[in-house]
Design a protein around this ligand. Structure first.
Ligand SMILES: [Mg+2]
Length: 113
């Protein structure tokens, strides 16, 4: 699949609203001072995803842990940068990334084929 930079439908903003409703309904941390906790929880979920992959657990379990990461990242975003539209941020970042050199930022030492 070739990246085109054109993404027609994104739902990060909708997801953010659902996560906010979940946080309120479940009494989760919900203040700007809680942002570090939410970011830490995102790291913890990354670890859970990594652990699930290392243990050879089913893809469903790995995917669930990765979704947990997204939950915390989007939850942190609504508190840390509430005026930002994450769909727009995603589009801009994708465009910016597509404009960068081959294998940028991953520490590869090889040359472009
Ligand atoms: Mg988890």
């Amino acid at each position: 699949m070739k990246a085109t930079g054109s993404v027609s439908e994104l739902h990060l903003e909708e997801m953010k609203k659902e996560i906010e409703a979940l946080a309120i309904a479940k009494g989760f941390y919900n203040k700007p001072e809680d942002i570090p906790k939410k970011l830490l929880f995102a790291f913890i979920e990354l670890g859970e995803a990594s652990d699930a992959w290392k243990k050879g657990l089913p893809e469903e379990k790995i995917a669930e842990e990765l979704i947990d990461v997204l939950f915390y990242v989007l939850d942190a975003s609504r508190l840390a940068c509430p005026t930002m539209n994450m769909d727009e941020v995603f589009r801009k970042k994708l465009e910016k990334s597509l404009g960068r050199p081959f294998q940028y930022g991953e520490g590869h030492r090889g040359k472009q084929p």
